[in-house]
Design a protein around this ligand. Structure first.
Ligand code: GLU
Length: 224
């Protein structure tokens, strides 16, 4: 289990995400990645190895946007490789980062394969992104889709979710794995550890098991 950082603000959040990942480096990890909503589409950069390698890649092709998520991965399912690094994206629409282990991912994967979803990773995580899109396609709102999805999951998770069709919202959820919300000025943040956000804020909400939080630039709504 490794690190999550997420942000929504009235400014480019990629420096906050990168700094957050650096602050989580004290935990071991094998790869790192970031996804940001840029001009209506989700752009992503992932690298195996250190956050410095992700940072060098971002120097070549910057991610700029007001909503984004980032991750350092400690592989549990699937080797350390770029295609297994988070964020995972489904249908160019939903991006997620996940800490933890989904015990029933094989069952969900079999069902989703029949529904026509294809897989680009060997992780247990990718089923979460697909399941959220499955419910969105059925007409659920993003909050509802995440809420229905977590009912389908067995195991431990901390999640950060963004949807390109819902550009003013970051969704967080947790059970088993830790996740905090950092309350900022003209922006709010999530992280697996307060350490990641101490440069941005000293004010935190600690999510309880089973909580889902809907986070905008100026509001936090916890749906338990
Ligand atoms: N189980 C997930 C994976 O292997 C998440 C690992 C983590 O918590 O970093 O990709």
């Amino acid at each position: 289990m490794c690190g999550i950082v997420g942000a929504i603000a009235n400014r480019d959040v990629s420096p906050v995400l990168l700094e957050g990942l650096r602050r989580l480096e004290y935990r071991g990890y094998d790869s790192a990645g970031m996804a940001v909503l840029t001009n209506g589409s989700i752009d992503r950069v992932r690298r195996t190895g250190k956050v410095s390698e992700l940072s060098a890649a971002l120097d070549q092709s910057a991610l700029i946007g007001e909503l984004g998520i980032a991750h350092t991965r400690w592989a549990t399912h699937g080797i350390p490789a770029e295609n297994n690094a988070h964020p995972h994206i489904c249908n160019d629409r939903v991006a997620i980062v996940h800490n933890g282990i989904i015990e029933n991912f094989e069952e969900l994967k079999a069902k989703q394969s029949k529904q026509g979803f294809s897989f680009t990773s060997d992780t247990d995580t990718e089923v979460i992104a697909h399941q959220i899109v499955f419910y969105l396609d059925q007409g659920s709102s993003l909050n509802e889709a995440v809420s229905k999805t977590i009912k389908d999951l067995k195991g431990a998770y901390a999640l950060g979710v963004i949807d390109k069709n819902d550009p003013d919202k970051l969704i967080a959820a947790r059970s088993g794995s830790p996740l905090v919300i950092g309350i900022g000025v003209k922006g709010n943040f999530i992280a697996s550890d307060v350490q990641a956000l101490l440069k941005e804020t000293q004010e935190f909400i600690f999510l309880e098991n089973g909580d889902i939080a809907e986070i905008t630039r100026d509001a936090i709504n916890i749906l338990d």
